[in-house]
Design a protein around this ligand. Structure first.
Ligand SMILES: *Cc1c(COP(=O)(O)O)cnc(C)c1O
Length: 481
């Protein structure tokens, strides 16, 4: 076997590509009518996997077929229309086309010199998204691996602005413990980010919510005052637009006012909810986001791109170069302040922005707005169906996340959820909202139909009844997603 399997001749490559496309299309159709959860036998899978030990080459066409089969049966299918799950989308077709183009050309997006067209396309996309979000003219942005990297970028910008000595000396440059504020319902990645930034996990201040899943403005003011009194150094307020559990939106305007008054960086973590800017019906929910110093929006959530695609937007281009600039004589750059490797966390970069460019280009804001409205309408439909069955909707499902509390006297929520997941007919999760155990359902698939929602409503009612009468001596196992 020669290296030609890695770089096959043109005809062979085309034939494999064609077969793979056909195989994927067939698998995609089977997924939609099959089980949402893994159905493979884990032991025989492990045996087969162990045999592929890289000592002997295998036929690529066999390997491709084997791999597609494992994907078809060995994962929770976020592309299933009754996956009402976490913020993982069924990816749009243009986004998938972008991955193919990117894979073929493999542009290096570290600098403008090497990939001028690709860097310009990404900058164009983030500029238009920043404008749509209401950020001031001159705002910039870039693509990230996801929301976590984008949020980490905000933290580094905030720390660098709050204390210029942070650049050279790190956390010890601060006169006291630097701290930043998130709601107690924020995404927990903030804990890791504080650790990675070198300011310690104690830097994260979890502010109480107001009884409706939104950051309490009073509690925020109190926390800042207490920290200042204790000699800590507040650097940033983070408002979440679309909490993980419940899709709730912190008070964006009031949080921005406090940040301005206190001289703190204001970041809006709109990883999920940010896509609502596409919808004329929903974008008003995000009023106040335009006052942010920076915003996170995950394209791989409600903008429905393939995985590994976040966005960081900011009104302060200078803050990015202050945080990420280094000089490197070996890089072929003449405009370092604009080059992605000088303004972002990553160095070598994939052409992620093409996914959003193609899908917004092909569908414009209208298609993305309709995608958001569709999800919100279906979430409302599920809320209505369940209310009619005596369940309680405990949150505002305006960002397509429904938190459902079963009627009094029901079995534990976890049992109801496990019953549904184990059936393979739909996927919902168990979560908690303001201290209450709830069933969480989020519409993320552009092809989920009203009939799918009605089916899930029936499944929920049936699961509750089944759990009331179930013999709980047999523990139910659920796959971990
Ligand atoms: C998903 C999410 C994150 C983390 O983003 P990743 O893309 O998973 O890295 C952060 N904040 C919020 C509000 C999220 O929904």
């Amino acid at each position: 076997m020669t290296a030609s399997v890695l770089f096959p001749p043109h005809d062979q490559r085309l034939s494999w590509e064609f077969d793979l496309t056909a195989m994927l299309a067939a698998a995609d159709q089977r997924v939609a009518s099959g089980a949402v959860v893994p159905t493979f036998d884990r032991d025989s899978f492990a045996d087969e996997l162990a045999k592929i030990d890289f000592e002997q080459p295998m036929a690529l066409d066999d390997l491709l077929a084997w791999t597609v089969t494992q994907m078809e049966h060995g994962i929770v299918h976020v592309t299933h229309p009754r996956y009402l799950g976490l913020f993982n989308p069924s990816p749009s077709f243009p986004a998938q086309c972008a991955d193919r183009i990117t894979a073929a050309f493999n542009p290096q997006l570290a600098s403008q010199t090497t990939s001028p067209a690709a860097v310009a396309i990404e900058a164009h996309v983030t500029r238009l998204i920043a404008r749509r979000a209401g950020l001031p003219d001159g705002s910039v942005g870039h693509f990230t691996s996801g929301g976590s990297e984008a949020n980490g970028t905000a933290l580094i910008c905030a720390l660098t602005r709050a204390e210029p000595g942070f650049t050279q000396s790190g956390g010890r440059a601060f006169a006291g413990q630097p701290v930043f504020y998130v709601s107690q319902d924020c995404h927990l990645a903030w804990i890791k980010l504080a650790h990675m930034a070198g300011i310690g996990r104690d830097a994260v201040r979890f502010v109480a919510t107001d009884g409706h899943g939104r950051m309490s403005v009073d509690a925020l003011n109190t926390a800042i005052a207490a920290d200042r009194y204790a000699g800590c150094v507040p650097v940033m307020i983070v408002a979440t637009a679309g909490t993980t559990n419940a899709g709730m939106i912190d008070p964006l305007g009031p949080c921005g006012d406090i940040a301005r008054r206190q001289g703190l960086w204001y970041h809006v973590d709109a990883a999920w909810g940010g896509a609502a800017i596409a919808s004329d019906r929903q974008r008003g929910r995000l009023a106040g986001i335009e006052r942010a110093d920076s915003i996170t929006i995950d394209a791989h959530k409600w903008f429905a791109t393939t995985m590994g695609c976040g966005m960081f937007l900011t009104a302060h281009r200078d803050a990015l170069s202050a945080a990420f600039n280094v000089s490197a004589s070996f890089m072929p750059s003449h405009a370092q302040d604009l080059d992605p490797y000088m303004t972002t966390t990553q160095w070598s970069r994939r052409f992620l922005g093409l996914r959003v460019f193609l899908s917004l280009g092909a569908g414009a804001w209208a298609a993305h707005g309709a995608h958001v409205d569709h999800a919100v309408d279906l979430a409302q439909r599920l809320a209505g169906r369940m209310t009619a069955q005596g369940w309680t909707v405990v949150n505002d499902p305006g960002l397509a996340v429904v938190c459902l509390a079963p009627p009094a006297g029901s079995p534990p929520v976890r049992e109801i959820v496990q019953h549904i997941v184990r059936s393979g007919r739909a996927w919902v999760s168990a979560a908690s909202f303001e201290g209450r155990d709830i069933v969480r359902a989020c519409v993320t698939h552009g092809e989920t139909a009203p009939a799918d929602i009605d089916a899930v409503a029936v499944l929920l009612v049936e699961a509750r009844t089944a759990c009331v009468t179930a013999d709980m001596k047999h523990p139910i196992l659920v796959p971990v997603s």
